[in-house]
Design a binder for this molecule. Structure first.
Ligand code: CP
Length: 318
């Protein structure tokens, strides 16, 4: 496969959507599309990371992100090391910076890190000589999730997402996915709406280039896509909603609320889902409306694209 995609990708790290230009994003999405369309296990040109080491360092739980980076790295020929924080010296009190210095001495080419502290991947990026990928940091950002969401939307709506109306619903306050998605969808020309109770939408959200709604009926009107978010109870101190049952009544997506959107509307969720809290199983499992499985497929492909682009940038190929 050609090493250049029409634009030089020169980023050392993947920390935030805000670091990327529109051409950077187009490059990453094109690479993701390439890997989606490629039967990589049989392809002779799938080894762009041969001889490179990818370290997955997850301080928070993950299924989709951690496993898809592992699969993406292996498919591209990298040596993949999954560091289990539970069994590492972090549990003996080692600081993040000492862990970074130790890892740096082992010369990983790419470190994929998830941490509960906003900014932890950016801090590591200052200390490591290789590339750092933010796999989710606190309530700050989850840039690879936003890229996989954009890839999934392109698979459904076509390459030009301009004018697509998308509602992001639920716990916006605690969502790094929402913060990354909003930036990326705005760059791609989508019309972004946020829907949720006032307790779960930051007071300054109307300055993020979105329209804010507090009821599903008005917010979903005319929407092409509906992205539901998990109530992040583990990040809440105190009660943000009266009860899960009441939350589902007002904000949980079921058939009656989906009917407020366009008849052709599709549904997304980054996972993990709380069925019966923010989304009904009936909707989540309906292949006619749900893109949730497609999001997981896009996740492996876009992460292959991100690893590919970072590796070529390291090697000075653009
Ligand atoms: N969407 C997402 O980040 O899922 P995981 O927590 O399973 O990685």
């Amino acid at each position: 496969m050609a090493s250049s995609y029409g634009y030089p990708f020169e980023q050392q790290h993947c920390l935030s959507i805000s670091q990327f230009s529109r051409p950077d994003i187009e490059t990453l999405l094109s690479l993701g599309e390439h890997y989606l369309n490629l039967d990589v296990q049989k392809s002779p040109d799938n080894a762009v990371l041969t001889g490179k080491t990818l370290v997955n360092l997850f301080f928070e739980n993950s299924t989709r992100t951690q496993k898809s980076f592992e699969i993406a790295g292996r498919r591209l020929g990298a040596d993949v090391i999954n560091m289990s924080v539970a069994q590492s010296s972090v549990k003996k009190g080692e600081t993040l910076l000492d862990t970074a210095a130790t890892l740096n001495a082992m010369n990983p080419d790419i470190l994929v890190v998830r941490h509960s502290a906003s900014g932890a991947p950016a801090l590591l990026a200052q200390k490591l000589s290789g590339s750092v990928v933010n796999a989710g940091d606190g309530m700050h950002e989850h840039p690879t999730q936003a890229l996989l969401d954009a890839l999934t939307l392109r698979r459904h709506f076509g390459k030009d997402l301009g004018g697509i109306r998308i509602a992001i619903c639920g716990d916006i306050t605690h969502s790094r996915v929402a913060r990354s998605d909003i930036q990326l969808l705005n760059i791609l020309g989508c019309e972004v709406r946020l829907i949720g109770p006032p307790t779960l939408i930051p007071a300054d959200a109307d300055r993020w280039g979105v329209e804010v709604f507090h009821d599903m009926e008005t917010g979903l009107d005319g929407c092409d896509a509906v992205m539901m978010l998990r109530l992040q109870l583990e990040r809440m101190s105190g009660a943000f909603v009266p009860s899960k049952r009441e939350y589902f009544h007002f904000y949980g997506l079921d058939r009656s609320k989906l009917a407020f959107a366009k008849p052709s509307a599709v549904v997304m969720h980054p996972g993990p889902m709380n069925r019966g809290v923010e989304i009904s199983s009936d909707i989540a499992d309906d292949p006619e409306v749900s893109l949730i499985t497609a999001q997981v497929e896009s996740g492996v492909a876009i992460r292959m694209g991100i690893l590919h682009a970072l590796s070529e940038a390291q090697d000075g190929i653009s």
